[in-house]
Design a protein around this ligand. Structure first.
Ligand code: NAD
Length: 336
């Protein structure tokens, strides 16, 4: 089959995909599929990405197209209805980074509670080899409150058990079977905030979860607890977070995402586009004061970014194409 890959910007990805698709004619374009780069008219498969929308117009130009496979989880850049009307099937990458983000969550938790950043700074920047003011907290026996027990949250639960932590969780759709297997209980959000030494967020951002942590519930947090956010910035009201840090309710926070990032739909955008409005973000960060606080760690939306997670995206894409070619497509998405 003739397959056109758009927005493949790193050379290793070309070799990686070619190896996994023997017998197919794969063509790679670093450009996105747009008015300037019309689709390859005789391609039977298009592998698209966030900046390569599949529209009516693209479909009209891609006369041989039978299958679209996007190298993303989200598929809002694809007109599913138009594809359906033309008999073009569409697949996505439903997940790729659940353990990846959970591992990063623990990297942040440990960095925060064991003061790794100031410890490294002590030596590298201050040239002093002492542990004054660097005392941390054990994780063993402490309570971790996991908000959202989906793909990532479940890995966090398992990892927390490995540290001999007590786990409690909040999720409007509790997975009781998993809770039983892992030996933890679901509570209300309020109970979770009151009881947890570490609170970690793993829920999607949507109207119902906007400012899930807010001025009305921030006071419920256990004094001296820490908050970890690797999900989406908009889940936490930044001014309430600042208040909790300044008033000593929170001993610290580790954030891989910021509220102003709300417009970033998919982690993978960051690889091709960088952070939009970088200067603007810096200003907002400064405004928020968070960046200057010793007990706050901020990282640049990096939790998903491992070689293995990126390889999983390409593996799933190659599998999607092979399954389609074999007549039994997988990971299909349909118009609702
Ligand atoms: P998932 O869909 O598998 O799980 C989400 C869970 O949240 C589900 O169990 C759902 O029931 C629960 N939920 C929904 N509404 C809730 C609410 N109001 N309160 C509590 N729980 C609620 O998603 P996932 O794969 O575990 O990912 C979680 C989030 O992590 C993603 O939505 C994404 O925003 C974020 N993420 C961040 C990075 C990064 O690089 N920082 C990478 C991947 C994902």
């Amino acid at each position: 089959m003739k397959i056109a890959f758009y927005e493949v910007t790193e050379g290793w990805q070309v070799d990686y995909l070619k190896q996994r698709l023997p017998g197919h004619e794969a063509l790679f374009f670093s450009e996105s599929l747009s008015d300037i780069t019309p689709p390859l008219a005789d391609a039977e498969v298009i592998s698209t990405f966030t900046n390569s929308p599949i529209t009516d117009k693209v479909l009209a130009q891609a006369g041989s197209l039978k299958f679209v496979t996007t190298r993303t989880t989200g598929f809002d850049h694809i007109d599913l209805k138009a594809c359906q009307d033309k008999g073009v099937l569409v697949s996505n990458v439903p997940f790729y980074g659940e353990n990846t983000v959970a591992e990063y969550t623990f990297a942040l938790i440990l960095s925060l509670v064991r003061k790794i950043y100031p410890s490294v700074k002590r030596i590298k920047e201050e040239g002093r080899f002492n542990f004054e003011n660097l005392r941390g907290m054990d994780l063993k026996g402490k309570t971790i409150g996991v908000i959202g027990t989906g793909h990532i949250g479940q890995h966090v639960v398992r990892m927390a058990k490995g540290f001999a932590m007590n786990v409690i969780a909040y999720d409007p759709y509790p997975n009781e079977k998993f809770a039983q297997e892992q030996g933890f209980a679901y509570t209300s959000l309020e109970e979770l905030l009151k009881a947890s030494d570490v609170v970690t967020l793993h829920v999607p951002y949507m109207p119902a979860t906007h400012h899930l942590i807010n001025k009305d519930n921030i006071n419920l947090l256990k004094k001296g607890s820490v908050l970890i956010n690797t999900a989406r910035g908009g889940l936490v009201d930044t001014s309430s977070l600042l208040y909790a840090l300044k008033s000593g309710i929170l001993a610290g926070a580790a954030l891989d995402v910021l509220e102003e990032e709300g417009f970033i739909k998919d982690e993978i955008n960051l690889l091709t586009e960088g952070h939009p409005g970088e200067e603007q973000l810096k200003t907002v960060l400064a405004d928020h004061e968070l960046i200057y606080m010793d007990n706050v760690i901020i990282t640049p939306h990096n939790a998903f970014n491992t070689a293995e997670a990126l390889e999983r995206i390409l593996d799933t894409t190659a599998d999607n194409i092979k399954a389609f070619a074999a007549g039994s497509p997988v990971n299909l998405v349909k118009a609702k």
